[in-house]
Structures are given as structure tokens and as C-alpha cells.
Design a protein around this ligand. Structure first.
Ligand SMILES: [Mg+2]
Length: 197
């Protein structure tokens, strides 16, 4: 694999997992536990969706306030930058939250990323649209990108776009489901990515 860029998922990948309490947010939104939030919102009426989106954004803002860099995230980003690897972020979160969370990082800023793709500007993962958009913005073919994330949607989106994929598996249980594509690599720590490149 000739990797020239790394596209990171944000929540739970570059930031420490747990800041966004998905079960609690789902309960507040009336979203069934086995459904995903953005897709659930799509099934609501326009008025209701706007109402629920406000609640979601409020929760995301609180989470961004509490966000902390994930273990090894700053080191990993800085080392990749030093090697001349292009960096990007692809998230189902909003740009406002990403900006706010990134302020908590030491030595890493929004300017280090050649592309930041959020739900404000692309179809959310698992759709590959965001990966393709990031590749275009980074000036690389998707096959030269490594998509790194902690959830099955990250792997599905990366695979569909033709990129390399890395599952960050910090939790004990697997997040992948039957029928999902296999990630190219599985790591327990972000800094292991440096050995893949
Ligand atoms: Mg994540």
C-alpha cells in the first residue's frame, strides 16, 4: 500500500472515547437503541427533525467542551506531519464541535489538516462520499488514503471508497458486524499506525 494521507475519524479516534454518550443522547431524542442517530432523524418530519437536531447539537457542544485528545493522538498526528503525510478528518459530527474539540490538543491545530469533512458538507458514513471528498481535497486518489476509525461505519466507508482501513479497537468487544468488510489493519493504539506506513 502506497499511503500518502491518513483520514481520521474524530470522536473516539482522535478524541478519547466516551465524551459523546450515545445511549443517553438516543434516549433523549427518542431514538431506538439499535438505530443510529442521524439516520433516525431522517425518518422524522421536518419540524421534529429541526427540534431534535437542536438537542443533538447542544449535546455535541457539551461533549466538545469535555473532549480530550485520545491516547497517543497528538504524537501520532505530529509524527505523520513530520513524515509529510497529508492529514484529514472525516466525522458524522459538526464542524463547530470538531473545531472546539481540537482546541484541547497540544501542538496540533485545525491547520494541520488538509481536509475536514463533517456532516455539514457530506453524506454521513457509512456512505463513502466523505472519503471521496476528502481524497479530492487532499489531492490524492482514495487508494493512497488510510481511513482510521473506531466504528464499523469508518471501515465500511473507507472500503467502499477504495481506501486502506484501520480499525482502532480499544474496547474489548468488537464493533464489527457479520457481513461487514474486514479492516486491513486492527490496532489497539494510534501510534501503531506509524508502523503501517
Ligand atoms: Mg468514532
Amino acid at each position: 500500500m502506497n499511503i500518502k494521507g491518513v483520514l481520521f475519524d474524530f470522536d473516539g479516534t482522535l478524541t478519547e472515547p466516551g465524551a459523546l454518550d450515545f445511549p443517553a443522547i438516543k434516549e433523549e431524542l427518542g431514538c431506538p437503541a439499535d438505530e443510529t442517530i442521524l439516520e433516525y432523524l431522517e425518518t422524522q418530519t421536518v419540524a421534529r427533525r429541526a427540534e431534535l437536531m437542536k438537542i443533538l447539537e447542544q449535546k455535541e457542544e457539551e461533549a466538545a467542551e469535555a473532549a480530550r485528545p485520545n491516547e497517543g493522538a497528538e504524537k501520532c498526528v505530529l509524527a505523520l506531519k513530520e513524515r509529510g503525510v497529508l492529514l484529514g478528518i472525516l466525522t458524522r459530527n459538526s464542524l463547530v464541535s470538531v473545531k472546539k474539540s481540537l482546541e484541547k490538543f497540544c501542538g496540533v491545530s485545525i491547520n494541520d489538516f488538509a481536509a475536514i469533512i463533517t456532516r455539514d458538507t457530506s453524506q454521513p458514513k457509512p456512505h463513502p462520499d466523505g472519503v471521496l471528498q476528502a481524497a479530492t481535497e487532499m489531492g490524492l486518489p482514495p487508494s493512497h488514503l488510510l481511513v482510521v476509525g473506531d466504528y464499523r461505519f469508518d471501515i465500511i466507508a473507507g472500503k467502499e471508497a477504495g481506501a486502506g482501513t484501520v480499525l482502532l479497537a480499544t474496547k474489548g468487544r468488537s464493533v464489527m458486524e457479520q457481513g461487514d468488510p474486514e479492516p486491513d489493519y486492527t490496532v489497539k493504539h494510534l501510534e501503531e499506525i506509524l508502523d503501517i506506513l
